[in-house]
Design a protein around this ligand. Structure first.
Ligand code: ADP
Ligand code: MG
Length: 224
């Protein structure tokens, strides 16, 4: 499903350059459940953003579902993202002036589905997340765990093949972390390839493979 070959990424700023990924080789099977661990600044988010086609890489190859993801136009990149990828972030990235249902429905906005239908589908997904009663609440009326479940519903409403989560439990207490991990585990069981960046060993322990990155390289892969 995902193959990276010798992927390199350098950030250039006015005075300096930072070689963040120094030749990443990686293979992830369909349906896999993977975590990525490494020190702060080791390139975890950079790698995840490349996998999510949110960022470009400089050299190497990235194949997603046998398609080479390289030098894409913004339109192509957006099309692949919409078709294949769901993204969840540490800070939820919900729209504060839209209620939970509207946030969840957002990815369907570009799919030529009526507003009524979009909202009905969003309600189904909120229900799956145990949040049916919260559909008309704004994000700032909800707990961190509830907001992350709204964000997960939004990430999967387009039925992506891959779910990418960048420190999804980073802002949550341990009880809520467990609840969110339970949910991600259940989603993975439905066949969504799931990749989680985390600092927390307890989170990584829930996944099947742990990829350790250090100094821009994959140091080793642990099998749970
Ligand atoms: P991690 O998620 O492991 O903490 P990141 O991938 O976010 O690491 O960042 C890796 C390194 O690249 C860090 O030193 C960070 O400061 C730097 N970096 C990240 N994004 C940019 C950017 N857009 N421009 C310049 N440097 C960046
Ligand atoms: Mg990061």
């Amino acid at each position: 499903m995902i193959t990276l070959r010798d992927v390199n990424k350098t950030y250039y700023t006015e005075a300096t350059s930072l070689h963040v990924l120094k030749g990443i080789d990686l293979h992830i099977e369909q349906g896999d459940y993977v975590s990525i661990m490494g020190a702060s600044g080791s390139g975890k988010s950079t790698l995840l953003n490349i996998l999510g086609i949110l960022d470009n890489y400089d050299t190497g190859d990235y194949y997603l579902n046998n398609k080479l993801i390289k030098d894409l136009s913004e339109t192509q990149a957006a099309a692949y993202r919409n078709e294949m990828i769901g993204f969840v972030f540490q800070s939820f990235n919900l729209i504060n002036f839209k209620n939970a249902m509207e946030n969840v429905a957002l990815p369907l906005y570009y799919k030529n589905i009526s507003r009524k239908k979009r909202n009905a589908i969003a309600l189904e997904y909120l229900d799956r997340m145990g949040l049916k009663d919260w559909a008309y609440h704004l994000p700032n009326e909800m707990s961190g765990g509830q907001k992350q479940r709204v964000a997960i519903a939004r990430a999967i409403i387009s039925q992506p093949k891959i779910l990418l989560a960048d420190e999804p439990t980073g802002a949550l207490d341990s009880q809520t972390t467990e609840e969110v991990m339970q949910l991600l585990g259940e989603l993975n069981q439905t066949g969504i390839t799931t990749i989680i960046v985390t600092h927390e060993k307890a989170v990584a322990d829930e996944t099947r493979k742990v990829i350790h990155i250090k100094d821009g390289l994959i140091q080793h892969i642990e099998h749970n």
